[in-house]
Design a protein around this ligand. Sequence first.
Ligand code: ARG
Length: 381
Amino acid sequence: MTAALPLYPQRVSEEQSVNSAEAEEFLDRVYAEGAAEEGTRFETRLAEVRAEIAETGTYRHTAAELAYGARLAWRNSARCIGRLYWRSLRVRDRRRVTDPAAIAGECVAHLRQATRGGRIRPTVTVFAPDAPGKPGPRIHNEQLIRYAGYRLDDGSVLGDPRYTGFTERVRRLGWRPPERRGSFDVLPLLVEALPGEPRLFTLPPDAVLEVPLTHPDHRWFAGLGLRWHAVPAISDMPLEIGGVTYPAAPFNGWYLGTEIGARNLADEQRYDLLPVVAELMGLPTSSERTLWRDRALVELTLAVQHSFDAAGVTIADHHTESRRFLAHLEREERAGRRCPADWSWIVPPVSGGQTAVFHRYYDEPDPALRPAFLPPANTGE
Ligand code: ARG
């Protein structure tokens, strides 16, 4: 049987157009999970969306569809251990905001609302989608808050080596580092609302909560002058829902202590602090067999956790979060759903075998699963 669909003039080429099958699959899920606008029928909505796609090449999600789509994208994130809370994601619908300064302003508002003085709330802000012939805005930063990395003449790096390329890029575009450059200089936002017109915006310091790092037992630790930002807000992963791509949809959760203590500050390609900490702990670093790296790693992670706790900033620990993830998995299975997970991302980088997530395998991640936060587009680095 073929439904009598109204015929519309073809105004957009088909390859630019949203694939109606993807839209249908998404709507199907929204209605099946009871997340649609109250009083609306699946068949009615589907016909409406099909007609809109035929006419314009795309369609507008309702507020409920957008919110649920974003939550599903989180639920589908195979690398995320924190998915137990996927339903609680706050979705800020900012699809109408298109001016670059206003986009930056909304990123700042996002940070304030997500930070809440330390009681961090998972939040996503969704800007305009790509439409046929009209790309949506892009945020070129990997995260809303990150620290500059300056390549020095002697070949070393001051700050976060991960961002030397990005730092050079924003400097070429006119960003001026602080007069006294440091290891933790917050980078500006690089927003491209109109293709070919990237614009820089400095984050107001009061929108960037940071935690100075101290250690519960080692007084000397504070003297290292380390700090980290409270909110990890990824801003370069497009959000795809029902065939529609939102290229700018920054989202945040809260930190897991190991992400900072056992990776950002510890990795050799990042702040590379294990030799420094081990030295101050008086550990012999001449032989791997003293396990100085492992001992320093634990103290660094403990310092991060202790400092966030002392500052009243939400942070998870890997033991608790591992148990919560397995609770999530169980819930999903009870709901009759698969829960794809990437073992190498889920298992924490310290004490893996001491956490429950280590001792099993998971459903293979499916790169075609939607809705999803997609791998970052190459943003012209
Ligand atoms: N690992 C990244 C970082 O340290 C953040 C990734 C997202 N993490 C999170 N807890 N939501 O900056």
